[in-house]
Ligand binder design. Structure first.
Ligand SMILES: CC(=O)N[C@H](C=O)[C@@H](O)[C@H](O)[C@H](O)CO
Ligand SMILES: CC(=O)C(=O)O
Length: 329
């Protein structure tokens, strides 16, 4: 008994020593994968939403990628190729899967071509117990063309999401909506009570910096190939496709940067960029789903008009990934 007590006291002094000399700086910077949507084969070859795979996906993220937040139904989730019902079902599956891995922070993308659908998705997200916040990209066919049009379109969606918070999802390479984000940030912050910032997927770092300098809202960074540049400029978290399978490397980059080890952060960033350069020629989403499959999690196909890699392409991608040493990172 005495020996146990003595060793406990020893343990206590060791812990006291560690805490005193190595104070834990708990970082709030989060890596949030923009999760892919699982499909299974169907008779007509367009892919059937397969939510039965979500639970394995959640476990994979937690156990192999040290991830506890997800961005559901965004670009890489092929949201604009899903029906409204499918998008709701998908979100419900993530909400149901979360407790099995001890909880997850779930951010739901609710943007849609019809504002009516976007409002319906925002209300649906709010109605579920387990969605932390939402984000919305603008319509891409009839596009808002000014800050005021964008605020006018965004406001009712934000209202439907209230009291959940909402971010604007800026991804001009896909939406062709290239409105000045610093001006929008100012206008949206004053007009919309639950607006909390921008998920920023663009290479224009000047505008990103202007947004950060305004000091209103959070800026989520969406270009994995320059994650650490985003951190330097003031990103508060990052949302990206590669954090479904490259998170250990990305976490190393984040931690190196946070502990002031710039050289090491550059090296990890270099790996992320190398992976993306290797993967992109095979096509973004199909290639990344193929990588996840090579790591033991089969999320199935993609939905038309996207097409999955042919077997030989998959083999070549694997060869290229082996050549850069990815599977040992
Ligand atoms: C255009 C696009 O889909 N961007 C994603 C996020 O928003 C990124 O996560 C990219 O997939 C990633 O940076 C690789 O290029
Ligand atoms: C990467 C990202 O944010 C998306 O797929 O929506």
């Amino acid at each position: 008994m005495d020996r146990i007590f003595a060793s406990l006291m020893n343990l206590r002094s060791i812990v006291t020593f560690l805490v005193f000399f190595f104070p834990l700086t708990v970082s709030s910077f989060d890596l949030i994968p923009a999760v892919f949507t699982p499909f299974s084969e169907d008779e007509i070859g367009i892919g059937k939403l397969d939510t039965s795979k979500v639970i394995d996906y959640a476990k994979f993220l937690k156990q192999k990628q040290n991830i506890s937040s997800v961005f559901v139904g965004g670009t890489n989730g092929e949201s604009l190729s899903l029906t409204l019902e499918e998008r709701k079902t998908l979100l419900e599956a993530w909400v149901e899967a979360a407790p099995s891995i001890g909880g997850m922070t779930i951010i739901s993308h609710v943007g849609a071509e019809s504002i009516v659908d976007a409002i319906a998705l925002a209300s649906h997200a709010k109605s579920l117990d387990g969605v932390a916040s939402v984000a919305a990209m603008p319509p891409t066919f009839f596009r808002p063309s000014s800050v005021s049009e964008l605020v006018a379109w965004f406001s009712p969606i934000a209202e439907a999401a209230y009291p959940l918070t909402i971010k604007y999802y800026h991804i001009p390479s896909m939406t062709n909506v290239a409105i000045d984000m610093d001006e929008f940030l100012v206008a949206a912050s004053s007009a919309i009570p639950n607006f909390t910032g921008i998920k920023y997927t663009d290479t224009d770092l000047y505008t990103f910096t202007k947004c950060v300098s305004l000091g209103v809202g959070e800026m989520f960074y969406g270009k994995d190939e320059t994650l650490t540049s985003g951190m330097l400029l003031g990103a508060t978290s990052a949302v990206g496709s590669t954090y479904s399978f490259l998170a250990p490397t990305a976490w190393s980059a984040v931690h190196a940067w946070e502990s002031g080890n710039v050289k090491s952060a550059q090296e990890y960033q270099g790996k992320i960029t190398l992976l993306i350069n290797t993967m992109l020629p095979y096509g973004g989403i199909p290639a990344q789903k193929a990588i996840v499959k090579m790591m033991g999690l089969d999320l199935g196909n993609v939905r038309l008009p996207l097409t999955a890699l042919e077997e030989d392409q998959e083999a070549n991608l694997k060869k290229d990934l082996n050549a850069i040493g990815f599977f040992d990172w």
